[in-house]
Design a protein around this ligand. Structure first.
Ligand SMILES: *Cc1c(COP(=O)(O)O)cnc(C)c1O
Length: 421
């Protein structure tokens, strides 16, 4: 590595120590990845995945073998009755919106029990905006149970807040917040609490960024529906677009009715030539998620050793692939994100600049040099330019390249006098 990149020897020494300190965490990540690979491989075998599954289908997509079998493979991996895995989902938000509109009816209530949902869902639910076709416009009411002061689920408040709810909604990932991601054990506790007071509620989990991070998934903890994006974890960096919904068969069917048409549902929607990449992506996903996690752990170990607060800490259990690095100044955010960009395989020659992103109060800086536009399973870093000047780091298709990206970012900070050894 030294022959190729010109990193400061002090940085390389700190990096070697940071990596050594993370050895136990890396072993745990490898074990989780091995378990995920086993689930995926067994599902491929049980469903007799064959070359015929990779051949594209066009037109209406009746009897689209590749599409139908991928749903079954997905359902096996996530231990659900059924799944809807489609490149026709344009993003994670679209899949989540489809699930919400699929399941909820006028007069129903949805209660989010992990505080405010991800930004893009506020308009879908109708927390922001009026008259644009949100759930609120269709007479679906919204309630929210906030997290505790320490960012953990407030079980007594959840028990008090979910009676009468048709959908109880959880977000597994921290998203763009400082609260920790939920572990699958946390989700199991929430499920138990909800069932105790409202056994009929549909428990829906935004699983974005969470897939394959733990041995189990929210559906193993009793969730009825999980939803995610294929340009994040379960697409393995290979799927070019898409999303999924998995869970109880009757609910998945309602979602399919919403995605296509009532009555047609899963029977239509041709897979075109997307199947091979979706299968291959799922096949890679456990290992790619492990690489992303290791990249985050390495960053937390290195920057933690240099005095920066990181969430989660390198030694802590994670519930998603995000690592928050509190860099404490706008200059450090610019240097770090500039380094992540410079350390990317694509667009390494451009410099990210903080900009006024619609919907945000402060300027936002974003670094990503990805093969797939916006794919945050690939190494990327972003954050709003305000206290505590925290960068949200995620992704890393391979650990080798992820580590180099972090080293480039740290070198950029060092070059600007922002690191001390
Ligand atoms: C990415 C993400 C979403 C969906 O976002 P898209 O950009 O529409 O895919 C929703 N919730 C969480 C927690 C996410 O990380």
């Amino acid at each position: 590595m030294k022959d190729v990149f010109d990193f400061d020897p002090r940085l390389l020494k700190a990096a070697a120590e940071a990596e050594a300190a993370a050895a136990a965490q890396f072993r745990e990540i490898d074990m989780i990845s091995q378990h995920g690979s086993a689930k995926v491989l067994a599902a491929f075998q049980a469903e007799h995945v064959s070359a015929a599954c990779f051949a594209g289908a066009n037109g209406y997509g009746y009897d689209d073998v590749g599409r139908d079998k991928l749903d079954k493979v997905w359902a096996r991996v996530f231990h659900t009755e059924d799944a809807l895995v489609r490149h026709q989902f344009v993003s994670g938000t679209h899949a989540l919106s489809t699930a919400l509109f699929g399941v909820l009816r006028t007069g129903d209530k949805i209660v989010s029990v992990t505080g405010a949902p991800y930004d893009t869902l506020e308009e879908v639910i109708g927390i922001r905006g009026k008259g644009n076709g949100s759930l609120a416009d269709y007479g679906i009411t919204y309630g929210q149970v906030d997290l505790n002061a320490d960012g953990r689920p407030d079980l007594p408040a959840i028990a008090a807040g979910v009676s009468g709810a048709k959908v109880v909604y959880l977000q597994r990932s921290r998203g763009y917040s400082l609260r920790p991601a939920l572990s699958v054990a946390d989700i199991a506790e929430i499920v138990k609490t909800v069932r105790g007071v409202n056994p009929d509620a549909v428990i829906m989990v935004d699983n974005c960024y969470g897939e394959f991070v733990d041995y189990d998934e929210p559906t193993d903890a009793g969730a009825d529906l999980i939803i995610g994006s294929l340009i994040k974890n379960p697409g393995g960096g290979i799927a070019q677009t898409g999303g999924y919904i998995a869970g109880k068969a009757a609910l998945v069917e309602q979602c399919a009715y919403r995605l296509t048409c009532v009555g047609m549902g899963k029977e239509v929607g041709c897979s075109l030539n997307m199947c091979r990449e979706m299968y291959l992506g799922l096949f890679f996903a456990p290992e790619v998620v492990a690489n992303a996690r290791k990249t985050g752990v390495f960053a937390a170990s290195l920057l933690g050793s240099l005095g920066f607060e990181c969430l989660p800490k390198a030694s802590e259990k994670a519930g998603d692939i995000i690592t928050v690095l509190k860099l404490r100044s706008p200059g450090a955010m610019e240097a770090f994100c500039g380094g992540i960009q410079a350390g990317s395989p694509v667009d390494s020659y451009v410099t990210p600049e903080a900009w006024d992103m619609p919907g945000y109060e402060s300027k936002v800086i974003m670094a990503a040099g990805t093969f797939t536009g916006g794919a945050s399973i690939e190494l990327s870093a972003d954050g709003p330019m305000r206290e505590p000047y925290a960068v949200y780091l995620q992704g890393g298709l391979t650990y080798g390249s992820g580590k180099l990206g972090i080293l480039t970012a740290a070198q950029h900070m060092l070059d600007r006098g922002l690191l001390s050894f």
